[in-house]
Design a protein around this ligand. Structure first.
Ligand SMILES: NC(=O)c1ccc[n+]([C@@H]2O[C@H](COP(=O)([O-])OP(=O)(O)OC[C@H]3O[C@@H](n4cnc5c(N)ncnc54)[C@H](OP(=O)(O)O)[C@@H]3O)[C@@H](O)[C@H]2O)c1
Length: 254
């Protein structure tokens, strides 16, 4: 029995991955992971399936240990591991609380690395990992620094990981979309801190996830979605950082 493990399956991008993988019929069973049980149950009932629901705070050692225990107990064959749980805050480096900063690094970075390490032994040849980078990997972003830097880590980690995974026939794809229309953006917009005046263009979640799944099947290392983010990616290699960062600063509220 082949399973897909999807963190953050209760909302936004993770929920769309669950929906589209279910429609494709590629896996027999799903493990959905997030903190809130009600929303995870809602994803499963929306799809009409009996997913294994694991409520865990992946920014904590206890949350990660509960996934390790479940893997050891059920010894599943994991066809897909999708790391969609993620968080971030706008704000200056000295305005964000230590808790906000630590939780972002623990969830976006540490959980991605440790969940990958504990899951790969259960993945077959042809298994797929999807990590969540972002368009913010391609420009230094003041006032979104911890978040965007965590995504740079994930991008480099994924690229390096692919070399190490070659011998197992497993591929990892770092998904780097621009702004995607999910509850994450509503939360970011509702903070008093400096943030973009608007999130534009705001991409359709199902459209971007479809592109990422296609890229993952082809074994691509990275999936950059939408013309704006692709342009950012190219400019990052050609234009001095300072210019790109100044454009970003002009887009922020005072
Ligand atoms: N939306 C965008 O514009 C965008 C663009 C580029 C990349 N991304 C990345 O895509 C990923 C998904 O984002 P999204 O837009 O789909 O966000 P979202 O709608 O807010 O979903 C985030 C998911 O992560 C779970 N989660 C949050 N904190 C958690 C924790 N400590 N432990 C376990 N699960 C946790 C949430 O469930 P609970 O709250 O119940 O735990 C939820 O299921 C994130 O990594 C984000 O950085 C988003």
């Amino acid at each position: 029995m082949e399973i897909a493990i999807i963190t953050g399956a209760s909302s936004g991008i993770g929920r769309s991955f669950a929906k589209q993988l279910h429609q494709s019929g590629e896996v027999d069973e799903f493990w959905f992971i997030a903190r809130g049980k009600t929303a995870l149950d809602a994803t499963a009932s929306e799809l009409g399936i009996n997913a294994k629901i694991i409520t865990a705070d992946l920014s904590t050692p206890a949350g990660l240990a509960s996934i390790k225990d479940a893997l050891a107990q059920y010894t599943p064959t994991v066809q897909y591991l999708i790391h969609s749980a993620g968080r971030g805050d706008f704000g200056a480096f000295d305005e964000l609380t230590e808790e906000q900063i630590s939780t972002t690094i623990d969830l976006n970075v540490k959980a991605t690395v440790l969940l990958t390490k504990m899951t790969v032994p259960y993945m077959p040849h042809g298994g797929r990992i999807i990590t969540l980078g972002s368009g913010s990997c391609f420009t230094p972003l003041p006032y979104f620094n911890t978040y965007s830097s965590s995504k740079v880590f994930v991008l480099h980690y994924t690229k390096s990981l692919n070399f190490e995974l070659e011998k197992y026939g497993i591929r990892a794809t770092c998904f780097c979309p621009g702004w995607v229309d999910t509850p994450l953006l509503d939360g970011l917009m509702n903070t008093p801190n400096r943030h973009p005046k608007q999130f534009k263009p705001k991409l359709n979640v199902d459209m971007v996830v479809k592109k990422c799944l296609a890229a993952s099947k082809k074994g691509k290392t990275m999936c950059v979605v939408n013309w704006y983010t692709k342009l950012q990616h190219v400019l990052f290699k050609l234009v001095p950082d300072r210019l790109l960062t100044k454009t970003w600063l002009n887009m922020l509220t005072e």
